[in-house]
Design a protein. Structure first.
Length: 321
């Protein structure tokens, strides 16, 4: 609007009416525009009573056909953004959380004033649980560097602490994608030495360095397919799983998607049988053990035997307590 007003300028009241926001929000918006280095300035009328905001005439001449889109959000779009924000609990206490909060403060400038009170209420509708989440305090630079590397397809050199070997390893990676799982931030990378896809935990990256080397994104890699093919995050040999769940667990099982090709069969006694293909032997076994006597593994037979052995060991442990 400042640009279209040209040499005549526009007042705070005119901006407030046109954008459907209050005067305070107009001032904040003007500050943001100036921070973006747009050449705007204020000038009072001849009587010195009313101030108008204008854009430098030379700049307008250079961009005569500038057409800025209407970036105001409606209430449903704002709700969607706040829902996504509720999933950001893993960044609690970090600078990233502060950046997220600052971004949502600016969001109020892009919403018609009649929605402003509803936005304040939206903040209380979506709650982010923080229990069992990992701590990423001090890892902002690592995450920022990984983000830049993913955007620019840049190879990195990392020092990474491996739980399996209980030591720090130094190797080169091609960072591909972030994803969240069970309160933690993980990333798909291609290990350049072996050319295979691996998963790293962001908090275990001790040091990271951007190298002066670009990489080509792997042609046959589909991150969505990769995530859907495993029960959790372990990608080993495929498992043909068949489990009988008791009537008490039937509703829980039927409301969830465990695998893209799953099949759920209703039994006469109210129990259900879940059949699916997945991977991650340890993750699947740990999940099934959590159901106790309400889940019976039909196949594979080897997993059934391992669960029986785990239960026997548990009984022996508690029996000796």
């Amino acid at each position: 609007m400042i640009c279209s007003a040209g040499l005549e300028g526009v007042t705070i009241n005119q901006l407030s009416e046109a954008l459907e926001i209050n005067r305070r929000s107009v001032h904040r918006l003007l500050n943001i525009i100036q921070d973006l280095n747009f050449p705007i300035y204020d000038e009072r009328d001849r009587l010195g009573r009313e101030k108008s905001w204008k854009m430098d005439a030379d700049y307008i001449i250079k961009t005569p056909n500038i057409n800025l889109p209407d970036i105001r959000f409606n209430i449903r779009e704002v709700m969607a953004l706040y829902f996504l924000r509720s999933e950001s609990g893993i960044y609690a206490g970090t600078e990233i959380e502060a950046d997220i909060n600052a971004a949502f403060e600016r969001l109020s400038l892009c919403v018609p004033e009649k929605f402003y009170d509803q936005i304040k209420k939206l903040k209380t509708l979506f709650i982010s649980p923080r229990k069992l989440t990992k701590d990423y305090t001090g890892k902002e630079e690592v995450i920022d560097t990984l983000t830049l590397a993913m955007l620019k397809n840049t190879t990195c050199l990392v020092n990474y602490y491996s739980f399996m070997d209980d030591r720090t390893k130094k190797f080169r990676i091609d960072p591909l994608h972030f994803f969240e799982s069970n309160g933690g931030l993980y990333l798909f990378v291609r290990a350049t030495k072996y050319e295979d896809i691996r998963i790293l935990a962001a908090e275990r990256i001790i040091e990271i360095e951007l190298l002066d080397e670009l990489f080509e994104y792997p042609e046959n890699f589909d991150p969505d397919e990769k995530l859907n093919s495993a029960f959790d995050m372990v990608y080993d040999d495929p498992i043909e799983l068949e489990v009988l769940f008791s009537k008490s667990q039937a509703k829980y099982i039927k409301e969830r998607q465990f695998s893209p090709d799953q099949m759920i069969v209703d039994n006469d006694d109210g129990s259900v049988t879940l059949k699916m293909k997945t991977s991650g032997w340890f993750d699947v076994k740990k999940w099934l053990l959590g159901f106790g006597s309400t889940a019976l593994v039909v196949k594979p037979e080897e997993m059934r035997e391992e669960i029986v052995e785990e239960m026997k060991n548990g009984l022996e442990l508690y029996g000796n307590d």
